[in-house]
Write a protein that binds this ligand. Structure first.
Ligand code: SAH
Ligand code: F3S
Length: 468
């Protein structure tokens, strides 16, 4: 009988991408993928450890499965961080597998099914990095696809565990990246999102590093240009997340030159106070961040910006936090992810006292959301009555008659009564109404019909993703 597998994804886009690749690996190994952990023979928890809450979620989810007769796999960042210790504290776990060892999953699961003792695989592939790529097959590509350009992180932001769980930076060759993008476009994908922890620090292992002697130049914009040239049928190109420190003048120029680049950049800032930025080891000032945003907006006036912010970092005073609020207003982010500082193992900030109380962090987070929600609402309200181009991603919920998609500026648009509209279609809609986080529109015309090959479900919704 075909074995059934359920996957639960915690955390970031990188994990969503990894989960999609796990799904493909396990499908190819003969497993059936089901949405619900009840009734599964194998459950894979793809975990996140960036904040403590995310790690707690793994523990409660794994605990819930303790008595079930399943092969339980813990993958991702908690697996990498804890390794053997996970099996010691939760002996009902069968497999612990880090982000660099996912390709071994089908074999590890087979061994577990045959009664093997618990296995732990958490080895970084530093010498010979491997990258999991999209398996392009009929009906298997979504309207939008993630493509990894690099993995790991060489920054040392003092709060962040990612350099520990994902290892040092390793880059794919531009040739391989372009090859994958072309295959996706041929398979019907309209949009590609390039992924990396600091995606714009990309360096092509096949290109000499001379280009980087000029501080205005860098290899990431060269990659964008090459994709634009060699995959001309691609409709939208996005990337996430750039580090402000690597946002060079040549990357800014790419936004002026390349029509395929979407009108949105997500660039984490973390704080508006130089004192905090320094303690966070972000290696830029508030002024530098703002001037880079200004340059991007000069190159692409229609650009929207979103960001990540941490409140209550050690030593953050009320005055520092006010500077964060004033920066958010000054830049006018259209969307924002805010987090309470959470001390993480293996991070430099552990040496600093976590001196902002949880109540104060909560108060600051709510104040931050008040400012950012107002900005989001104002942006969405300004869209009413305008025409926007929407890339359809699928039904708003499984079985719904409303289709949902995104504009080039990354706003979410719901189109009620559009059952016949397929994922991957690019349409023009008139915005009729603004909601809290999205707008509602009326379909006006179809600019590009969907390719018959595109998967008709919204992957990002179909896959359970647990936000921490
Ligand atoms: N460079 C990555 C960032 C990964 S972590 C990227 O691609 O976006 C995502 C966000 O989580 C960070 O930008 C930061 O805002 C937040 N974060 C990271 N460590 C944290 C911690 N210890 N406490 C609270 N928030 C944290
Ligand atoms: Fe983390 Fe900073 Fe890298 S937030 S992923 S150490 S850029």
């Amino acid at each position: 009988m075909t074995k059934r597998l359920a996957l639960v994804t915690f955390g970031c886009q990188m994990n969503v991408h990894d989960s999609q690749r796990i799904e493909e690996l396990m499908l190819a190994a003969g497993y059936e993928i089901i949405a619900d952990v009840e009734g599964a023979d194998v459950v894979i928890l793809n975990t996140c450890s960036v904040r403590e809450k995310a790690e707690q979620k793994l523990r409660s989810e794994a605990g819930r499965l303790k008595k079930a007769d399943v092969i339980l796999v813990v993958a991702g960042c908690v697996a990498q961080q804890e390794g053997e210790r996970l099996i010691k504290s939760m002996p009902y776990i069968d497999i612990v597998v880090g982000p660099d060892n996912l390709a071994e999953l089908p074999a590890l699961v087979r061994d577990a099914e045959l009664g093997a003792t618990p296995a732990v695989r958490t080895v970084f592939d530093v010498e010979d990095p491997r990258f999991l790529t999209n398996q392009v097959r009929e009906g298997g590509v979504g309207a939008s696809a993630y493509v990894t350009v690099m993995k790991g992180c060489n920054e040392r932001c003092s709060f962040c565990i990612v350099p520990h769980t994902r290892g040092p930076e390793r880059y794919r060759s531009a040739r391989d990246i372009v090859h994958e993008v072309r295959a996706l476009v041929d398979g019907g994908a309209r949009e590609v999102v390039l992924l990396g922890q600091t995606v714009n620090s990309f360096m092509d292992p096949e290109t000499p590093a001379e280009i980087d002697r000029d501080p205005d130049e860098s290899q990431f914009p060269a990659l964008l240009r090459r994709i634009a040239e060699e995959a001309p049928a691609l409709d939208r190109l996005r990337y996430t997340s750039p580090h402000p420190r690597h946002l060079t003048a040549s990357l800014v120029r790419a936004h002026a030159d390349l029509a395929v680049l979407a009108d949105h950049v997500h660039m984490p800032v973390q704080s508006g106070s130089d004192r905090m930025l320094k303690r966070m080891i972000r290696r830029y000032t508030r002024e530098e961040y703002v001037s880079r945003v200004d340059a991007l907006r000069t190159a692409r006036p229609s650009l929207t910006m979103s960001t990540d912010i941490i409140v209550g970092f050690p030593g953050e005073t009320a005055a520092d936090f006010e500077l964060t609020l004033s920066l958010v207003r000054e830049v006018g982010f259209s969307a924002l992810y805010g987090f309470k500082y959470s001390p993480r193992p293996f991070t430099p900030a552990l040496r600093l006292e976590d001196d902002v109380s949880n109540e104060e962090k909560q108060t600051r987070l709510l104040a931050l959301f008040e400012v950012s929600d107002a900005l989001t609402r104002a942006n969405l309200a300004s869209m009413v009555g305008t025409r926007v181009e929407v890339l359809i991603e699928g039904p708003s919920r499984p079985g719904a008659s409303t289709r949902v998609g995104r504009t080039r500026r990354n706003e979410i648009v719901h189109l009620p009564g559009t059952v016949g509209l397929d994922a991957g279609a690019v349409v023009v809609a008139e915005v009729a109404r603004a909601n809290k986080h999205s707008v509602e529109g009326r379909l006006e015309s179809i600019k590009l019909p969907a390719s018959a090959k595109v998967m008709q479900t919204h992957r990002r919704v179909a896959l359970p993703v647990v936000q921490a």
